[in-house]
Design a protein around this ligand. Structure first.
Ligand code: DN4
Ligand code: BGC
Ligand code: ZN
Ligand code: ZN
Length: 360
């Protein structure tokens, strides 16, 4: 393949530069061009040199960044895809374990998979790239050429809620109509994943609360309002406001905060750990907390990544939400930057929700 412009790092040392690269021999029956790529905490961790598990592909002294994208097909050697189609490439490529062989590399049993833009496979932040159509998800709704970039982060949400349905099926939630109406979902953190989890909790019928240790800006409150989500600044109002949690989803990765909210989870409740922050201070679990978990049948579960069907479900929900709440979905994307600049990686995420890079 010819030289293309790309945003690259040197993993795991870090850094980010825009440069021309030549990448040869990548398998693929379909040629893609990104329209937009998204930046998440994983990308920021890699360029800061804080993710020791990131590594360059074999034979390269760099790694093309990016695992969130919405792409357009440039040319296809397979039936079912044609130039101009919108698609989202998946992050993970399978290793050799049984889960990977079954298409469930999201549940890889030995860690021997690769992740685009993270571990040993070049990512999507480049002018064009070849991809195997097996790892490409169709986006049939042409109005998703921008918000479709949220498909990858949303597939994590779809998988977590599938695991939720497995765990919650062990008992009957005490609603007379066997729904989740009147049940309480709490989501810790107000970043993009926190919003996407909250949107899905609303879809399931939960009374939904987003929470952080500080107040949030009008933009965030406006999005919550459109989806019917409540917000609690728990630094001001923990004792009276935080109670009767049936589903707790953490996107902060902070052990002390997770344990504090877990105290407020009631019988048959489920706690999902999703956020990761290896630098967070330790949190100690008390004997009282152990009793609380045991006596109330509370489950704590971790969830990472998602399978192809979760990407497909994510496309359907992004489409639904984009049509029902166009302003809120557009407002989730707070920053759009040109592909020529690596500044957005360095800037952090303090003011914005989701930063995307335009390749158009
Ligand atoms: P993000 O935009 O950094 O959101 C994290 C949120 O947590 C921010 O709103 C933080 O607030 C908030 N937060 C931090 N500490 C606390 C605390 N003590 N109490 C309450 N809120 C707190 O990241 P994201 O939304 O893109 O992703 C969320 C997390 O999921 C990250 O840790 C990712 O590494 C992880 N992740 C996991 C997977 C997977 O398992 C996939 C993608 C991301 P503030 O400090 O910004 O105000 O598959
Ligand atoms: C991606 C996941 C990936 C994880 C690895 C996340 O940002 O959404 O698909 O498995 O990073 O840490
Ligand atoms: Zn990510
Ligand atoms: Zn595997």
């Amino acid at each position: 393949m010819d030289q293309v412009m790309a945003l690259v790092t040197n993993a795991p040392s870090g850094g980010a530069i825009s440069r021309r690269v030549t990448i040869t021999g990548e398998p693929g029956d379909i040629l893609l061009k990104p329209l937009y790529t998204g930046i998440c905490g994983t990308d920021r961790g890699i360029i800061a040199g804080k993710l020791p598990f990131a590594y360059n592909p074999v034979g390269y002294d760099f790694l093309v960044l990016g695992h969130e994208s919405i792409c357009s097909v440039v040319e296809s050697d397979v039936s079912g895809f044609k130039a101009g189609d919108l698609v989202v490439p998946m992050v993970r490529r399978p290793g050799k374990c049984l889960n990977c062989a079954a298409g469930r590399q999201d549940n890889c049993s030995d860690g021997d998979k690769h992740e685009a833009g993270i571990t040993g496979k070049h990512g999507f932040m480049r002018e064009q790239f070849r991809e195997s159509s097996r790892y490409v998800v169709r986006v049939g709704d042409s109005s998703l050429s921008r918000t479709g970039v949220l498909t990858e982060p949303t597939k994590n949400v779809m998988k977590l809620f599938e695991v939720f349905s497995v765990i919650s099926g062990r008992s009957i939630y005490p609603t007379p109509d066997y729904s989740f109406q009147g049940k309480h979902a709490w989501i810790i953190g107000t970043g993009s994943e926190g919003f996407l989890f909250s949107f899905m909790a609303r879809e399931q019928g939960f009374d939904t609360f987003m929470t952080n240790r500080h107040s949030v800006d009008e933009g965030r409150l406006g999005i919550m309002d459109q989806f019917g989500i409540n917000f609690v600044d728990y630094s001001r109002d923990f004792d009276t406001a935080v109670k009767d949690i049936d589903l707790l989803i953490d996107t902060s990765g902070d052990p002390t905060t997770i344990l504090r909210f877990t105290q407020r989870v009631r019988q048959n409740g489920i706690v999902f750990l999703f956020g990761t922050n290896g630098r967070a201070p330790d949190g100690a679990m008390s004997g009282v907390m152990v009793d609380h978990l045991v006596e109330k049948n509370i489950t704590i579960a971790g969830s990472v990544d998602g399978a192809k069907r979760h990407y497909e479900q994510a496309v359907s929900y992004i489409s639904k939400w984009t049509h029902e709440h166009p302003r809120a979905m557009s407002a989730l994307i707070t920053n759009e930057e040109p592909a020529s600049s690596v500044d957005p990686f360095k800037r952090g995420n303090s003011n914005g929700i989701k930063t995307i890079i335009s390749w158009k």
